[in-house]
Design a protein around this ligand. Structure first.
Ligand code: GSH
Length: 124
């Protein structure tokens, strides 16, 4: 078995803010070498191939997603981080870069995104 066969595989989509959250966790936990990352360009053939693979294992395909071991897939950035953290014994809540991204960028971005949706719906 190759070394990569035993590593969790992470599926990222370029420019996905939730994928960046997982990347920051990996970097801050010094786990970049412990996973294999497959990142796709939105709209690419690689994205279609990854979606086809994930669709066979997840109720709903979303990015990021992870294959923790053969046949065991999960999606949701928080869940992926929690499982990788448990594996390595690190505590995401104690990671200042990750916390700063979640609280300082991701949450406000999601709030604006939701407000934008509501405004569009009200204007329609
Ligand atoms: N709560 C999820 C949200 C993930 C999410 O909405 N990701 C977007 C990409 S930024 C997505 O997968 N959208 C649906 C799609 O591309 O099919 C998480 O934290 O992972």
């Amino acid at each position: 078995m190759s070394e990569n066969a035993s590593k969790p595989v992470l599926y990222f989509k370029k420019a996905c803010p939730f994928c960046l959250k997982v990347r920051l966790f990996l970097w801050e936990a010094r786990m970049m070498e412990e996973v294999e990352i497959r990142e796709c360009e939105p709209g690419s053939k690689q994205e279609s191939d990854i979606r086809a693979e994930l669709a066979g294992h997840l109720d709903k395909v979303s990015f990021p997603a992870a294959r923790l071991e053969p046949g065991r897939y999960i999606a949701d950035s928080g869940e992926i981080i929690a499982l990788l953290a448990a594996k390595s014994g690190c505590v995401p809540a104690d990671m200042p870069v990750l916390a700063s991204y979640i609280e300082g960028a991701l949450k406000p971005m999601m709030k604006l995104w939701k407000e934008n949706l509501e405004l569009k719906a009200a204007a329609a």
